[in-house]
Write a protein that binds this ligand. Structure first.
Ligand code: GLV
Ligand code: MN
Ligand code: MN
Length: 413
């Protein structure tokens, strides 16, 4: 079977989707169920329909586009990723795994391939944590990892809950129906840019993911005492920003001194109120991202951060509400599927390396429900979550070829 990927068509679609954004191009921002996200979903669904795929959507907005196999009842082979994008993002994160998977399916169709098992492209809801503070909302629910009660309690920063956004997103049915039944999928393979520098630096075309690092998120609300910046003298001030600043340094310290180079800690959100130059900050809102490939070192660093936060707030007489938004274990990819994907890449004469994913992905939760791995392609300087994120059409084409041949192999088994 001769599979040929139409890399120009794919690049055009990636470019067109990038124009659907809440920001000014080339910046991509598509937060869950914003107008841009809804238009992006429509754009992708149209392309899937044009390829003859059958579309289904679940109660949280996960989209399933299915190429029916000869044996409809066999567990399907799944692929996919996300199209939501954090503020100030680029156009490849997630999108390569969605539009690239669609291109893989179209390449297989054009080659005359007929799948035995159905092939499903999944576009996951809210892989990014922007709206609700936790990532992988759709895949968490598919994996049955997020309790329905917890999902119902999710609120965005304006206090709007998931129910509000589900309605706005046109989702139908109850969240209890999202969880995947056992044996729905025989395998899941996600194509993604590496979001790190290894493949580019080592001039390697394809990474095959063996493990996904363990993420966690802390949300912290600090309440101090505001007042006039000129008239409130320094002794006795209870400045919420200064407590937050100390907390951010404690995060850096805990990550740097965990004993493992794999611990990374980031205070990615730090907002203050009232935000006036002549007013002592009375409130601060922080969100902290802490990860490690090793869950023990991560958890030890997390405990150190939590205890530092309590001490800082006590010393500075600052009111504290601290919440663990998520604390996920790492995912181990399926050894057989990793070997299959690797051998597909080698047969195509592409250089391959097994990798750990330091970023999280929907694969983190799909790994709970079926054998899972990921195909990584290089990206410029490892940049991601920024507008100058870039992978070349030729690099993407190789990833799509590996994905197409892997899907063909898995769906024929
Ligand atoms: C995913 O976007 C992550 O933050 O790893
Ligand atoms: Mn991302
Ligand atoms: Mn992603």
């Amino acid at each position: 079977m001769k599979i040929s990927v139409n890399k120009n068509r794919l690049q055009k679609e990636i470019d067109d989707l990038a124009l659907i954004t809440e920001a000014s191009p080339p910046v991509v921002t598509r937060v869950l169920f914003s107008d841009a996200d809804l238009r992006g979903r429509k754009f992708v669904k149209n392309l899937c329909r044009q390829a003859g795929l059958k579309i289904r959507e679940d109660a949280v907005g996960n989209i399933f586009a299915r190429w029916e196999g000869l044996q409809k009842k066999l567990p399907a082979v799944a692929t996919g990723s996300h199209i939501d994008a954090i503020p100030n993002a680029g156009k490849y994160d997630g999108v390569v795994g969605v539009l690239g998977a669609l291109e893989a399916i179209r390449a297989l169709q054009a080659a005359g391939f007929q799948p035995k098992r159905s092939i499903e492209l999944i576009i996951f809801t809210s892989e990014e944590p922007t709206r609700f503070g936790i990532g992988c909302l759709g895949s968490r629910l598919l994996g049955g990892v997020l309790a329905l009660q917890k999902a119902g309690a999710l609120r965005d920063r304006d206090g709007k809950n998931l129910e509000f956004w589900r309605k706005r997103g046109g989702c139908r049915g109850g969240l209890e129906f999202v969880k995947l039944p056992k044996n729905r999928y025989a395998a899941f393979v996600e194509l993604h840019i590496e979001q790190g520098p290894i493949l580019e630096r080592e001039k390697i075309a394809i990474g095959v993911v063996e493990k996904i690092a363990a993420p966690s998120t802390l949300r912290i609300q600090l309440t101090g005492v505001g007042g006039h910046a000129g008239a409130t003298l320094m002794p006795g001030r209870r400045d919420a920003l200064l407590a937050g600043a100390e907390i951010s340094l404690a995060v850096e310290h805990a990550a740097k001194n965990s004993g493992s180079p794999d611990t990374v800690g980031t205070t990615g959100i730090f907002q203050i109120e009232p935000g006036a130059v002549n007013s002592v900050p009375c409130k601060a809102h922080l969100e902290i991202d802490l990860r490690d490939t090793n869950v023990k070192t991560r958890d030890a660093a997390l405990k150190k951060i939590e205890s530092a936060v309590k001490q800082i707030c006590k010393r500075r007489k600052i009111g504290l509400v601290m919440e663990r938004l998520n604390l996920d274990p790492p995912a181990i990819c399926d050894a057989k599927l990793v070997a299959t994907t690797e051998s597909v890449a080698k047969n195509l004469k592409f250089s391959v390396k097994r990798l750990v994913s330091r970023a999280y992905h929907d694969s983190l939760f799909m790994a709970r429900v079926c054998p899972t791995t990921m195909i990584f392609i290089p990206c410029y300087k490892g940049y991601s979550h920024r507008p100058d994120e870039f992978s070349s059409p030729a690099q993407i084409e190789k990833g799509v070829r590996v994905l197409a041949e892997t899907l063909a192999k898995l769906s024929a088994a």
